[in-house]
Ligand binder design. Structure first.
Ligand code: BG6
Ligand code: MG
Length: 218
């Protein structure tokens, strides 16, 4: 029986995946790496430094920068990202999410956050959703990022549930892979062709309700 939900943040709860993409696109332009839809999708869910490596690799530039220079590029991206986050309000919560969070809270389900982002607590504050997520996986404690199962296993552990008692909610292919490898039920939000491995799929967050999930699970 399902007893809890482990949530991704960027692209699931709020539209920040667009901000991440915008800020990475600037970095790609700066270093002269080609930007594509495939790269943009592939970066979703991926940690800050791994994302930078993917961008540099796309331009065959991974050996052109020292470790210090790479940290500087990633810091510049984060500064630009935080400028966008600073303007956020609860209006940036994606459609139906607040209602769904209330539905699962009222239903007695437990809730944790499994975001790769070190900025997750700041974003939750901006959205005024901090109270919904007393349990947040700290990405600094991870030895491997998504698609490794570690982050979703920790998300279940934080609410004292077994993975098979949890549903993970993701917008990224790497995230769905992480949920599945952890042994949880996966919900993919977005393009079905990209999120083909998800157990349950919704094109849009507004479709996510307990009844609609149940319908796709049995
Ligand atoms: C994920 C985003 O949630 O967090 C990625 O999907 C981002 O785009 C990653 O790179 C790390 O975020 P941050 O805020 O720690 O740089
Ligand atoms: Mg995401």
């Amino acid at each position: 029986d399902i007893k809890g939900f482990v949530f991704d943040l960027d692209g699931v709860i709020t539209d920040t995946s667009v901000f991440h993409s915008q800020a990475w696109h600037q970095v790609a332009d700066k270093v002269g790496a080609p930007w594509s839809k495939e790269l943009e999708d592939g970066l979703k869910g991926i940690s800050r430094m791994d994302s930078l490596e993917m961008i540099l690799k796309a331009g065959n530039l991974q050996d052109h920068y020292t470790d210090d220079q790479k940290v500087d590029l990633a810091t510049e991206k984060n500064t630009n990202y935080l400028k966008l986050v600073d303007k956020m309000t609860p209006a940036n919560i994606l459609p139906g999410i607040k209602e769904f969070l209330d539905e699962i809270k009222d239903g007695g389900y437990l809730l944790s956050l499994a975001s790769a982002s070190k900025n997750a607590p700041t974003v939750l504050e901006k959205l005024q959703l901090t109270n919904y997520f007393p349990k947040i996986v700290d990405p600094k404690t991870l030895s491997k990022g998504k698609p490794d199962p570690e982050i979703y296993l920790k998300g279940a552990e934080l609410i004292n549930l077994k993975p098979e008692q949890c549903i993970g909610v993701e917008d990224a292919a790497a995230g769905v892979e992480s949920i599945n490898a952890a042994g949880e039920t996966s919900i993919g939000i977005g393009d079905k062709t990209i999120l083909k491995d998800a157990d349950v799929n919704f094109t849009d967050t507004s479709e996510m309700t307990l009844a609609n999930i149940k319908e796709q699970m049995d």
